[in-house]
Design a protein around this ligand. Structure first.
Ligand SMILES: Cc1cc2nc3c(=O)[nH]c(=O)nc-3n(C[C@H](O)[C@H](O)[C@H](O)COP(=O)(O)OP(=O)(O)OC[C@H]3O[C@@H](n4cnc5c(N)ncnc54)[C@H](O)[C@@H]3O)c2cc1C
Length: 290
């Protein structure tokens, strides 16, 4: 590993000052991606800025209106061990509990998972299905982006030099809202998604689909939203035909590559199957069965 400076800012303003000093910086949250990449020579930096001593990045809260605001460096286990987070945001827990194993989850953060910007990252489609927004902090002030606008390519995000991710904001679930995330891996655990899908549904008073969000992971250069799947669902009864149409739209939107984990045809097929099952999972959650 190349030598670098290790910085331990105690406040956001200290971190931003360090980020603006002209040196090549990387952030350290849980370190479960960045330390591996530095060791293997896949990333280089002059300074590693440890975010774990900045209170805003290490805390989360359910606000008065029921939304969830999560500091970017909060360990995943801290989130899913909270019974209220588990009860209100089960799709977030779907993702948080499958990222690595317990040792990884006790260090790894949502911020690190998003900023590493892997197309196969598990939190991304789950947060996209949940309609999450990201708060980015820069010396000139804060800005917000929808999570689906954050990814610009494999390993690349909308973060500009001098910026860092402050917070993930998940809106309060509406009445008759359910969301679900899952992935396909060839083993039971500790593997990266071959393909993944997150979906959410909101039903109106008559039981028809009022709003829907479908997102896929590991089947394109970034995680992707599938607006055609949502269009196939809105106004319909939440039944097999509607879900099959959304699954077909997801398969059509997937633009995967062949690699050691899976092939193009397999990933397109998985996009369909995982989307249908994610929608079934979301519906079961609305009905209180999951
Ligand atoms: C054994 C193992 C299993 C894994 N399994 C999975 C898996 O199943 N699914 C999955 O999705 N991932 C998996 N990962 C990858 C990794 O654990 C996750 O991506 C994790 O969420 C990264 O979070 P972290 O806090 O450790 O990030 P770090 O390693 O600390 O940071 C990752 C990147 O994000 C940047 N960064 C971090 N926080 C911020 C911030 N607030 N603002 C700006 N930039 C920031 C860092 O500079 C770095 O480039 C696995 C890793 C290992 C080692």
């Amino acid at each position: 590993m190349e030598a670098f400076d290790y910085l331990e800012p105690r406040s956001l303003s200290e971190a931003l000052t360090a980020l603006g000093n002209g040196k090549r910086s990387l952030m350290l949250a849980g370190g479960t991606d960045v330390i591996v990449q530095l060791r293997e020579g896949r990333r280089e930096c002059d300074q590693l800025i440890d975010l774990k001593h900045i209170p805003e990045l290490m805390s989360y809260r359910i606000t008065g209106d029921g939304s969830l605001e999560i500091g970017a460096a909060v360990p995943l286990a801290e989130l899913y061990e909270d019974p209220e987070v588990r009860r209100r945001f089960p799709a977030l827990v779907d993702a948080a509990t499958i990222i690595g194993g317990i040792a990884i989850q006790s260090r790894a953060s949502l911020g690190g998972n998003l900023c590493n910007a892997s197309p196969a990252a598990d939190s991304s489609p789950a947060l996209m299905a949940l309609g999450a927004r990201l708060v980015i902090v820069a010396p000139s002030g804060n800005r917000e982006v929808a999570v689906e606008e954050f990814f610009t390519g494999p390993g690349r995000s909308a973060l500009q030099p001098g910026e860092l991710l402050l917070q993930v904001k998940i809106p309060a679930p509406a009445a008759n809202f359910g969301a679900f995330y899952h992935r396909f891996i060839p083993r039971n655990e500790m593997d990266i998604a071959v393909a993944s899908a997150g979906a959410s549904l909101t039903l109106d008073g008559s039981g028809r689909i009022q709003a829907a969000r479908v997102a896929l992971g590991a089947v394109a250069a970034t995680p992707i939203m599938v607006p055609a799947a949502a269009s196939a669902l809105i106004g319909k009864e939440p039944n097999t035909d509607a879900f099959a149409a959304a699954g077909a739209a997801a398969a059509a939107a997937a633009a995967p590559i062949d690699d050691m984990r899976g092939g193009i045809a397999q990933r397109k097929h998985l996009s369909k199957v995982l989307t249908v099952r994610a929608l079934e999972g979301a519906l079961q959650r609305i009905r209180g069965n999951r």
